[in-house]
Design a protein. Structure first.
Length: 153
């Protein structure tokens, strides 16, 4: 494999991981705001945040596919296939990071610790998901499938 192919693969994997991070971050923040406002406990807070991270991640993956003319029925399986492993990796690392930082789960939306922990957890999650996305894309899977649809859609 030549250097240009590696650079292109890294660039595509980086873009896919940024895309995944965007969906995960949006879902988590919305989930955390809902759970905090409702006064939910840690387990419910983590559950809704992870659930919404998947919802937002899949939705962001589906939008360009839908815009290219694909139906929801056609776009949904592509979004599931391309994003699941990346989102799961990101959510695992993110959730574990937040759980191990003392006081992070008890910090409120107005606390610096809340936002610092979330930012740090997402940073670590990004770098955990990057090699996952790179590996999948190198094998024609993951976001490579969605990118192929963009190119041909």
């Amino acid at each position: 494999m030549d250097h240009g192919h590696h650079a292109s693969l890294n660039r595509t994997a980086f873009q896919a991981t940024v895309h995944c991070l965007t969906g995960c971050a949006l879902g988590e923040i919305v989930g955390l705001v809902i759970a905090t406002a409702a006064g939910w406990g840690n387990a419910a807070t983590i559950a809704i945040s992870i659930f919404l991270a998947f919802v937002f991640g899949y939705s962001l993956t589906m939008l360009p596919l839908l815009r290219s003319g694909l139906s929801v029925r056609g776009a949904a399986p592509l979004a599931l296939a391309s994003g699941t492993f990346s989102i799961a990796t990101m959510e695992l690392i993110d959730s574990l990071t937040i759980l191990v930082i003392p006081g992070a789960m008890d910090a409120g939306l107005g606390d610096f610790l809340f936002w610092w922990t979330l930012a740090g957890a997402l940073f670590l999650a990004f770098w955990a998901a990057f090699p996952v996305n790179r590996w999948l894309i190198a094998r024609g899977r993951g976001h490579a499938v969605v990118h192929a649809m963009h190119d041909h859609g």
